[in-house]
Design a protein around this ligand. Structure first.
Ligand SMILES: Nc1nc2c(ncn2[C@@H]2O[C@H](COP(=O)(O)OP(=O)(O)OP(=O)(O)O)[C@@H](O)[C@H]2O)c(=O)[nH]1
Ligand SMILES: [Mg+2]
Ligand SMILES: [Zn+2]
Ligand SMILES: [Zn+2]
Length: 369
């Protein structure tokens, strides 16, 4: 029987272990009981319960769409300032009404629940697309747990007899604070969260790599600097502690590793680089394009960062893929203003499309065109 992972506290529960809550008319209003205590659709006190299921561990309500579809959790991690929040913020926008939306006909993205909608509006959409300013640093999980951003994605599949809509993929994003990933103690707190993830997206900030910094300078920006190799090793260590199998086995969770802020790096990319071309994922995930980029970024990391990085990943993860992207398309003017031309991402969606293809939500096109 499939289990439901609570998107708030990351514990797993069987479907019939989920709780329900007594309704308005019950004198025990607000109390919870195990779903199987339900008799003829009524709570143990004989009244109509609230319809939403409740997590037995943390007591928070689970959205029906999440429970029914078995939501996929995607963890977004990376060192401070690597661009995690900006990536999430622009991604949702692109899937809703940007270029990605145009390239996947019939696709729709809906934020699920009031909390996700309000938070996306307040923390992502308003600053980036209305006030045209960079995002603020994400609060540490020591202060508050990373709150999930939940949305459902629907794709239309072309069939011989017309098209059919397929079941939605409910996705939950956790945008962690980079400062937590750097601190070992805080990272331990993130372990449940990483353990619950069905896909991990690790963002790498090129500006935090010494050779790149010498080349592009820091534009006067404050230099927060974390060893990204350390982040990766720590991630592998923590996931391994949890996995049941022998320690030598590589981890199964698919890992997408994306180099961010490509707009700062044109000099480091050869003229024929696939990273200078727009992505070819139109209606499907184009695997040859994905592999071209993968090899390119691997070589780039060897040259500009550290060959130990790829070795470390290959030793730790069974399935991984490199990406290169820019969420903003151009560097911000300063801490309060994005580039005047606005937000023009490129290859931003690639890691997400790769995971969706692995989840079977979109088709993967394997052959050459
Ligand atoms: N040039 C460029 N800068 C970017 C891009 N994406 C993000 N940035 C900048 O990088 C800085 C960090 O971005 P955030 O999205 O806040 O990074 P974060 O990983 O969420 O940081 P924490 O919340 O501290 O962990 C901000 O100043 C962004 O404006 C990009 O695509 N290009
Ligand atoms: Mg952030
Ligand atoms: Zn009751
Ligand atoms: Zn919970």
């Amino acid at each position: 029987m499939t289990k439901t992972k609570c998107p708030y506290c990351w514990t797993s529960h069987r479907r019939n272990e989920l709780h329900m809550r007594c309704g308005e008319r019950c004198e025990h209003k607000g109390e919870t009981f195990v779903e199987r205590q339900l008799k003829n659709g009524r709570c143990p006190h004989g009244q109509l319960p609230q319809s939403r299921r409740v997590c037995p561990n943390c007591g928070r309500e689970l959205l029906r769409e999440y429970v029914d579809s078995g939501g996929r959790n995607i963890a977004v991690i990376g060192s401070s300032d690597s661009g995690k929040s900006t990536w999430v913020g622009v991604l949702v926008h692109e899937f809703q009404r940007g270029q990605v939306n145009e390239r996947f006909v019939g696709m729709s993205l809906d934020l699920l629940g009031e909390e996700s909608r309000l938070r996306y509006q307040r923390d992502f959409d308003t600053p980036l697309f209305e006030e045209h300013r960079p995002l603020r640093q994400t609060a540490s999980a020591r202060v508050s747990r990373p709150e999930p951003l939940m949305f459902s994605l629907r794709f239309r599949r072309e069939r011989k007899l017309g098209s059919a809509r397929v079941a939605p993929v409910v996705t939950v994003f956790y945008d962690t604070a980079g400062e937590d990933v750097a601190r070992a103690a805080a990272m331990d707190e993130l372990i449940n969260y990483l353990d619950a993830a069905e896909g991990i997206i690790l963002l790498l900030d090129p500006v935090q790599m010494p050779k790149v910094r010498d080349l592009v300078g820091t534009n006067g920006a404050k230099t927060r600097f974390t060893d990204q190799l350390h982040v990766l090793n720590r991630l592998g260590e923590l996931l391994r502690e949890r996995s049941a199998g022998p320690v030598s086995r590589r981890l199964r969770t698919p890992l997408a590793i994306a180099l961010t802020k490509l707009d700062l790096l044109p000099e480091t990319l050869p003229p024929a680089s696939p990273l200078r071309q727009p992505s070819r994922h139109v209606g499907v995930y184009d695997e040859p394009d994905g592999l071209d980029v993968h090899e390119e970024v691997r070589a780039w990391l060897d040259q500009w960062y550290d060959p130990a990085f790829d070795r470390s990943i290959a030793n730790t993860f069974e399935t991984y893929r490199y990406f290169g992207l820019s969420a903003l398309g151009a560097p911000p003017v300063d801490g309060d203003h994005l580039a005047p031309a606005g937000v023009h991402p490129y290859r931003l969606e690639d890691p997400m499309l790769w995971l969706l293809a692995r989840f079977g939500a979109i088709k993967m096109m394997k052959g050459k065109r």
